[in-house]
Design a protein around this ligand. Sequence first.
Ligand code: DHB
Ligand code: FE
Length: 280
Amino acid sequence: MARISAGIATSHVPAIGAAIDLGKTQDEYWAPVFEGYEFVKEWIKDNTPDVVILAYNDHASALMLDIVPTFAIGFADTFQSADEGWGRRPVPLVHNHIDLAAHVAEQLVIDEFDITIINEMDVDHGLTIPLSLVFGQVEEWPCKVIPLAVNVTQFPTPSGERCWKLGEAIRNAVKTFPEDLDVQVWGTGGMSHQLQGTRAGLINKEFDNRFLDLLAHEPEELATWTRLEYLREAGTEGIELIMWLIMRAALGYGVDELHRFYRVPASNTAVGHVVYQAKA
Ligand code: DHB
Ligand code: FE
């Protein structure tokens, strides 16, 4: 049977992608950010999964405001990096695991998550930057990736509680897939940041560190935080953190926190990153 072995969460700041693509990772500004990813780059070599289910948000790159699904699963065989205004990032094509994607979609619908199916889509920095941070600059991504897009850009976004339940439903779905697959669930976005309005530049270290503590040890408490609390405490884009809850719930109650990294700032954002191993 398939099983979820580990989870990774990370911020997905576009400027991090530019730093990688333009060879600036060792510049004075960027070196301390990339140092926080040295652990995962080593760890993943011995822990490369067959498939990553990657919860991220599109930033009106592929999913424009004409159609805004709350939760959507990518069903194409492959996904290209989106052109977000500076050309496509020079990264490999993302290959899907269609059989697992189909199984997860079916089980989610049975579990009352009416997930949208997307048969053709490009994937933006929300998905490609985490892959680059973990796998580095490679010719091919070393595993299959199922994109799970969550609306955090257009009101009404789902609640943290709903994302928690989605993570639990994904866990149940993966467990019943008959093929012997090692699956990881990743969540991207956050941490606190606000890119617009009078509070642009907002960062809340206290909030972020409390989030990281609770995520590891008392995640169900986090699932009770309202969207308004994220907005107030973590800024308009801090709501991206609800995607970390999908990852966390998919791992089950107990996890081993293998790595935690937090740094302010990278671009406009507080950068956070964790690696969790599921308990057997
Ligand atoms: C930034 C961060 C994001 O998460 C994003 O999607 C876009 C921009 C930033 O810090 O610049
Ligand atoms: Fe973002």
